[in-house]
Design a protein around this ligand. Structure first.
Ligand SMILES: [Zn+2]
Length: 447
């Protein structure tokens, strides 16, 4: 078979299974679970992989799955990533009414892409002609949210890092993977495909302000108001924003996850989750120090206390130029190239991806496809074109893998020989561990 014949055969096979793949994706849409809680989603995906006869290891990092299908001869291993988790968007059309979880970022579609590309290559017989392996990995917890829940998992020794890909790296699940491809379905996309660019680096923070309870009307002078501490801290963080340098995509944003208990009682504990982002890790560290100052200022102002825990977040995405070009050329079979948006490597999206972490140690790509309406992470996000979001992406990824692993894996070897990792796995783990912080600041004795 020529490369063209292989691509046609894999695509034909994906079309045959298209309905089944889209059915799976829709079923997951209607049963959303948030990160490190995706036990039912994981079971459902494992059942599908059993039906497709894809061998896998599970669970990895609580709910993750690592499949592996071998090619006709040995060679590099290309991982296809999909994510299990939804976000927490209670007002989303397809939210779980009990938990508020919802697939507001289209991770369910990624699972269809990864499994579709795998069976397209294998069941067409194409994989037998390739030199290397395909590893469909379906990972937990891409959204770094519900920090309090994950701190609990960490205390129980169930996780160390707070995202699925970080945990896959730590657990060695990617040690035998040579490169990774994955995509998101972008709501209201400004083109048919968005390719290249980078993402923001970040840390997450879990902050607890402590005061002293007293009757809010009877003896307010005896209380120390933790909500007031949080309020001052929020104003201080707002004030930081005018110092943000243009072009560095600096962001500080937060939610209160506990803002007081009973109206008659002065709030004695207020909890906050904060995210600090910028285009490079050095700037995140600098901004994070300033945010810590703001948080301490809140506690100082009321004579309270604050515990600040900083959780290592994600690194900026590095899209591998060789992999990106293969993806682009295959995507161009489906859309007029003028409709595709190619971002320069230094274009930074405000959001963040834990594939960024993987891209520091292995060649990766993370393009976006159209196929959804609304904004990612908002209640109006909805996949409306399942061919674009699932079936076509499975085809493009299968074609990209054919380009990589045909001709004795010449394409993949080219990618690997021109790639210089930013860090070794050991350097990565040391770097991330050094970003963690746990500090307690007590101003209760301040007069
Ligand atoms: Zn996402």
């Amino acid at each position: 078979m020529t490369v063209e014949e292989m691509k046609a055969a894999a695509s034909e096979q994906i079309d045959k299974r298209g309905e089944e793949l889209v059915g799976l994706v829709k079923e997951i849409l209607h049963n959303p679970e948030s990160g490190f809680r995706e036990f039912e989603t994981s079971k459902r995906v494992q059942k599908q992989m059993d039906q497709f006869n894809i061998p896998y290891e599970a669970p990895i990092a609580l709910t993750g799955i690592k499949g592996m299908v071998k090619g006709g001869s040995p060679g590099p291993t290309i991982a296809l990533f999909g994510e299990l988790d939804g976000g927490i968007i209670p007002s989303h059309l397809h939210a779980n009414p009990q938990t508020g979880a919802a697939h507001g970022c289209g991770h369910n579609a990624q699972i269809g892409m990864a499994l579709g590309a795998t069976i397209g290559l294998r069941d067409s017989g194409v994989l037998d002609l390739l030199s290397g392996n395909v590893a469909p990995c379906i990972l937990p917890a891409e959204e770094l949210i519900e920090v309090e829940h994950r701190l609990g998992l960490k205390e129980q020794g169930k996780i160390e890092f707070f995202s699925g890909k970080q945990e896959f790296i730590r657990l060695g699940a990617l040690d035998d993977v040579d490169m990774v491809v994955m995509a998101h379905v972008r709501g209201s996309a400004e083109g048919s495909f968005l390719i290249g660019g980078s993402t923001n680096c970040h840390v997450a923070k879990y902050v607890e302000f402590f005061g002293r309870q007293a009757h809010a009307a009877g003896n307010p002078h005896e209380g120390i108001n933790a909500l007031s501490a949080a309020s001052v801290a929020q104003h201080a963080m707002h004030a930081l924003r005018e110092t943000f340098e243009d072009g560095k995509t600096m962001r500080v944003h937060w939610v209160l996850t506990r803002a007081g208990d009973e109206l008659n009682a002065i709030p004695a504990q207020v909890n906050m989750e904060v995210r600090v982002r910028a285009n490079v890790p050095e700037l995140v560290a600098e901004l994070d120090n300033k945010v810590n100052r703001c948080l301490r200022a809140g506690a100082l102002a009321v004579g309270g206390q604050v515990r600040i825990r900083t959780v290592p977040g994600y690194l900026p995405m590095i899209n591998n130029p060789d992999l990106q070009e293969l993806f682009r050329s295959n995507a161009a079979r489906f859309e007029d190239p003028s409709s595709m948006v190619i971002y320069p490597p230094d274009y930074v999206r405000g959001g963040s991806e834990d594939l960024g972490d993987v891209s520091y140690i292995k060649p990766c790509i993370h393009p976006y496809t159209a196929g959804a309406v609304g904004w990612n992470h908002s209640d109006n996000y909805d996949i409306v074109d399942y061919d674009k979001a699932v079936v076509r992406m499975a085809k493009i990824f299968s074609m990209t893998i054919i380009d990589l692993l045909s001709d004795n894996a010449a394409g993949a070897k080219r990618v690997m020989s021109s790639y210089t990792p930013k860090m070794s796995k050991e350097q990565y783990l040391a770097f991330q561990r050094a970003r963690a912080m746990d500090g307690f600041f007590d101003y209760a004795a301040e007069k």
